[in-house]
Design a protein around this ligand. Structure first.
Ligand SMILES: [Zn+2]
Length: 610
């Protein structure tokens, strides 16, 4: 018997090999036909191409060597940067931490003083730009642009002036493990580079959903770096797909309506005009962040989205760190995108050098602002939306026999449209700012994360009795499937006033601190990015103690005898709720809930408001 089985298996394998190509035609689809059939490329011949050095230049970057069509591996990138740093006294490399797979997350420190520590960098008093590439490794334009700029600022000397006015912190690859999951098939909607990394980290988590919950070593590393190096401005460099349009580089941030209005003013008045001017002068087509209402019909308009703190730009707004989200357009060639990013980085450094003092004042103003009501979610006003001039690309739609729906096809012809612009700038849900939050020591994973954000915490050494507001949760709904390694949960939270004794080791989180707004967004159960909504408090949703029917029955009878009001309420409930009336367990539970034996912490959100 033992000898016959393998023979059968081999026969099966043979049959599979023979017939599989016939059964699955995709398995024999010729490799050279795999390149994704993208919409037509728009012609481009921008002046920024002069930035590419000659092929025989000793400091040519690995991407330039390929004419900006390919991007180097992690090892090649790090080796090239180490060689550059060895030759340039302005540059130092520091590891911000390690990924799951043990790779260092490198940051380049570029300063005239050759600073290696936050203290020496800050001592010179210059403004500091932190730019990070590869949070989504398939969108790696920023890395290759940064390598070129670092070279030109140092050994080449053509951009040496930039460092006289501002320091430059540069993370070439944030999602280092995702970057090494490289193939030609990482980005189907994108025109190069020939091979790219994968969108998520080694645990399949999207780093640009992790800023509030801080699960990943990569985002923990960058938040630690933000706290230590205290950059004045933060850039998160991406590439976006979605609809086709003429813009090759788009960028945006939370506007005046958000939690950092003074910073938004500076970005509106100083940075945005400078970037637009410099990018246009070099032949690029800058635009605002583009999110279509409907990707199958660009004429329906665009959405001006207000990001929550799970995203870099929403996080920046919540912690009053000036933050710009940059999205190159995926349908533009890699060469054009890298050069646009170079011009954007250069222009940002120049603007920061010129107007950095003003930005610092704006940042201080926002950190001390501490509004009485904090918006948790945003909506578009009911009024007619604004109109926006949109540099689009013409399209046709036709019924599709593939999808059975409508299919959109872009023609490659530029077109200028006026479209509605739905701006999500009106607070939808907001809360009053409590004086502080209280967190019992039983929730260390939440307390640790607050500390990692840099939020100031007071830990009490002895138990303390405090009058607080606690939220009782009802209508609890768990998400049907996991999201980013969590089971998100929503509930209706009703406040109750209580006197609570917090044990030693409990933490008080005052909200009159620079990161007070962020604390509110992380701790209010109605905030979409709160630890509660991410599912960090699922334990309190479970009931642990029960009552036997033979105990509850006589007790319930006595309760009815003693309280005519209770009797009336019970009878009303029986009359109005047929399901309840027909459910003996629910009826006993109804009485149990009204006894002091019932768990007074069940469905009570344990983070209290002072
Ligand atoms: Zn991205």
């Amino acid at each position: 018997m033992a000898s016959r089985r393998p023979v059968r298996r081999r026969a099966w394998r043979f049959a599979l090999l023979f017939f599989l190509p016939l059964l699955l035609p995709t398995a024999t689809y010729p490799q050279d036909q795999w390149p994704a059939p993208l919409p037509p490329e728009l012609p481009w011949d921008g002046q920024s191409q002069e930035l590419i050095v000659a092929q025989d230049d000793p400091w040519i970057t690995p991407a330039e060597r390929t004419g900006l069509t390919a991007t180097p591996t992690y090892d090649e990138t790090v080796a090239w940067l180490q060689r550059l740093a060895a030759a340039a006294p302005e540059l130092n490399l520091v590891s911000l931490g390690k990924s799951h797979e043990g790779r260092d997350i490198w940051m380049v420190i570029a300063s005239v003083e050759g600073a290696v520590t936050p203290a020496t960098l800050k001592a010179a008093g210059k403004p500091t730009l932190l730019a990070q590439a590869g949070i989504h490794p398939g969108e790696i334009d920023g890395k290759d642009a940064g390598l070129m700029l670092l070279r030109d600022m140092t050994v080449k000397g053509t951009r040496a002036k930039l460092l006289k006015g501002a320091n430059f912190l540069f993370v070439p690859i944030l999602s280092v493990d995702g970057h090494e999951r490289s193939s030609p098939y990482g980005r189907i909607n994108q025109r190069g580079p020939v091979e790219t990394g994968w969108r998520t980290n080694a645990r399949n988590l999207n780093l640009n959903r992790d800023y509030s919950k801080l699960d990943t070593p990569e985002i923990q590393a960058i938040v630690r770096a933000i706290n230590q190096w205290e950059p004045d401005l933060y850039l998160d460099l991406h590439v976006t797909d979605g609809i086709d349009y003429q813009y090759d580089i788009t960028f945006g941030y939370t506007g005046r309506h958000g939690l950092s209005p003074s910073i938004a003013d500076w970005l509106d008045q100083r940075l945005t005009p400078a970037l637009n001017k410099d990018l246009k002068a070099r032949g690029h087509i800058p635009g605002p962040l583009i999110f279509a209402v409907d990707n199958r019909d660009p004429a329906r308009g665009l959405v001006g989205w207000t990001a929550g703190p799970r995203y870099s730009n929403g996080y920046g707004d919540a912690r009053h760190l000036p933050t710009l989200l940059v999205e190159n357009h995926s349908l533009k060639p890699y060469r054009q995108r890298v050069l646009g990013t170079y011009v954007l980085l250069e222009s940002t450094l120049r603007t920061l050098a010129k107007h950095g003092k003003q930005l610092r004042r704006a940042t201080v103003a926002d950190r001390t602002r501490q509004p009485e009501r904090v918006p948790l979610t945003w909506k578009a006003p009911d009024a007619e939306p604004d109109e926006l001039e949109f540099l689009g690309v013409q399209w046709e739609t036709a019924p599709s026999d593939i999808s059975g729906g409508e299919c959109i096809e872009y023609t490659g012809q530029p077109v200028t449209l006026t479209v509605p612009y739905f701006k999500y700038i009106e607070p939808e849900v907001s809360v009053t700012r409590p004086r502080a939050y209280w967190i019992p020591p039983a929730w260390p994973e939440v307390i640790e994360r607050l500390a990692l954000h840099g939020i100031y915490l007071e830990t009490i050494a002895e138990a303390r009795e405090v009058v607080v507001e606690l939220a009782r949760l009802s209508e609890v709904k768990l998400a049907g499937e996991p999201f980013e390694g969590h089971v998100p949960v929503t509930a209706v939270a009703r406040p109750e006033r209580r006197t609570v004794t917090f044990p030693a080791g409990s933490v008080r989180v005052p909200t009159d601190q620079p990161l007070g707004d962020l604390a509110v967004l992380l701790l209010e159960p109605d905030s979409p990015d709160s630890f509660f909504r991410w599912g960090f408090f699922l334990e309190v949703l479970q009931r642990a103690e029960y009552v036997e029917g033979y105990v509850m029955e006589p007790l319930a009878r006595r309760m009815l005898e003693q309280s005519p009001t209770l009797k009336r309420t019970f009878e009303k409930k029986l009359a109005e709720d047929a399901d309840f009336a027909a459910d003996p367990r629910a009826r006993l539970l109804w009485f149990y809930e009204r006894t002091p034996y019932f768990d007074d912490r069940w469905r009570v959100y344990p983070v209290a408001r002072e």
